[in-house]
Design a protein around this ligand. Sequence first.
Ligand code: FMN
Ligand code: SF4
Ligand code: SF4
Length: 261
Amino acid sequence: MHAAIVYHSSTGNTRHCVEVIKAEIEETGHACDLFDTRQAKGMDLKEFDMLGVASAVYGFRPAYAALEFLRDMPPVEGKPAFVVACSSMVPANSLNRMARMLRGKGAHVLGGIEVQGEESWTALRFPGLIIGKGRPNADDDESIRAFTRDLIEAHGQSISGKDVERPRFRRFSPFGMIGMLTSRVVMRYAMLGKKLNEDKCTKCGQCAEDCPMGAITLDPYPKFGSRCMGCFSCVNLCPEEAISTPWTWGRVRYKGYGNSE
Ligand SMILES: Cc1cc2nc3c(=O)[nH]c(=O)nc-3n(C[C@H](O)[C@H](O)[C@H](O)COP(=O)(O)O)c2cc1C
Ligand code: SF4
Ligand code: SF4
């Protein structure tokens, strides 16, 4: 089996989850390649016999970058697939939303997993009160490995023509209703603007390189374009803390998976 996992991760938590899945798939003698949503644009999925789609949760739904991939990907008639949602506390119906879009492309969704990741929304990162601090942790990794082993078994059953029970994901959630309203533009406006401190900025370009939407250009300082999906990656990961929003005041940034403060 050769799996492809397409993922969106702004601060590394979701990327860690898919790295654990990849390691477990390889451990069992199969192959697995990871692609972030930027690399996956226009990708030929035919050479893969399983497709995973993984996303961080922003505004009670999967990240716009993951939804955009799912919207634009070609049909994958009958291809076994799975979904992963990484959120700090309220994934709402993100798994169901991704699974529904995959099924709309003809995929055969075999399973999905929700994983808790440390809070990356600076508005909620009060010093000393950080939701999911240090997550995903070793216990989460074990759950992800167990999920992957079940998935590999389900994949074997599916390709040998046996029936695989259709996974049930949370379909309705009051937060999911809010998630219908948090479009990319709403999320961008919800940041209440990004402010650059030119005295701190070294023009290193890391924010432009990391931006999942390609929304930042250097001129020679960063300029923020309208493709921004409000993910806070640039605010959180700038090594000089040169980008701020009103939500940043008094709160600590999330420096990414493995860098919990
Ligand atoms: C703008 C923004 C909105 C978020 N919205 C939610 C949410 O609705 N529900 C939730 O549980 N976590 C939410 N989070 C937290 C992230 O889902 C969580 O920190 C996740 O682990 C980040 O994954 P990543 O490191 O792969 O980007 C939000 C984070 C940000 C920055
Ligand atoms: S990452 Fe920070 S320091 Fe580097 S260019 Fe962007 S804003 Fe400036
Ligand atoms: S500009 Fe910043 S907040 Fe907007 S999508 Fe890019 S990294 Fe995320």
